[in-house]
Design a protein around this ligand. Structure first.
Ligand code: GLU
Length: 273
């Protein structure tokens, strides 16, 4: 068994991250497996260099130990590019030149705009472009219909929820390569989990819709099928899920207020592994 914790160095860790890291580590320890750390740092518009060390320091303070040097996604851009080329050769992605504003305007004119669990889906403006501009760098989007037809029926196994049927159209034609960073969360995470031989992907249940896209990509890229464990999210006293904006609840702030690691663990929900 190999599990991982994959934070983005875009802010300080909070109690929700501590819970996610603890859960991934415990699952590995209980099964004599390995626990890895990976920095998901592709979004250079949001990454700050000081957060790599801050994250490692906060994890160490909690007694969390990873079993190999941490990976950084920025070191792996070539792999993502190769995967993108494979998807191009399968003809399941297409270049998209839309700006966010153009997409919003297109959606506002549609009476029946397609919706997913996270809001309106991309309306498909660039899906069948006749004249592809050569002077502009495109984003690349999954052609979810074509990809679904090529992949055939798929399921994924969640340790808590059992077997789930993949809905390949759930998030629509998601972006697989942003024009400014040359990849995306979906593409990078699928490549890395395979390259690091992750057998059990543990992550918050907010990412459950993404898993449908990831299974599809794993199949198209001929990558192994991992198992999943989508865990509950940690909420604040008002019932709102923790986010990086909750600076007052960062592990750093909790530590500075005098809390011990044991106090932090006592604030976490049960692992229910
Ligand atoms: N980097 C993601 C996050 O910080 C986690 C991605 C994943 O576990 O798949 O929420």
């Amino acid at each position: 068994m190999i599990t991982r914790f994959a934070p983005s160095p875009t802010g300080l860790l909070h109690l929700g991250h501590a819970f996610a890291a603890h859960l991934a580590q415990q699952l590995a320890r209980e099964n004599e497996g390995l626990f890895l750390l990976r920095f998901e740092d592709i979004d250079h518009t949001r990454v700050r260099p000081e957060y790599y060390a801050a994250i490692e320091e906060d994890l160490r303070w909690l007694g969390i130990q990873w079993d190999a040097p941490p990976w950084r996604q920025l070191d792996r851009l070539d792999s993502y590019q190769n995967a993108l080329e494979t998807l191009k050769s399968l003809d399941v992605i297409y270049p998209c030149f839309c700006t966010r504003r153009e997409i919003e305007s297109e959606l506002s004119h549609l009476t029946n705009a397609p919706h997913g669990p996270e809001g309106p889906l991309y309306p498909g403006t660039c899906r069948n472009l006749k004249n592809i501009p050569t002077d502009k760098e495109p984003a690349w989007r999954l052609d979810a219909q074509k990809a679904a037809a090529l992949a055939g029926p798929l399921t994924f196994h969640d340790l808590k929820h059992g077997e789930t049927t993949v809905d390949p159209l759930l998030l629509g034609d998601v972006i697989l390569s942003r024009k400014d960073i040359g990849t995306s969360y979906h593409l990078a995470v699928v490549c890395d989990d395979a390259a690091q031989h992750i057998t059990h992907i543990t992550r918050g249940e907010d990412l459950l819709p993404s898993t449908h896209v990831h299974r599809l990509l794993q199949k198209l890229l001929d990558l192994p099928e991992p198992k999943f464990h989508h865990h509950q999210l940690v909420h604040d006293d008002q019932g709102e899920r923790l986010a990086k904006r909750h600076d007052a609840l960062s592990l750093r702030a909790l530590r500075e207020s005098g809390m011990s690691p044991a106090d932090v663990y006592s604030q976490m929900p049960p692992l229910n592994l």
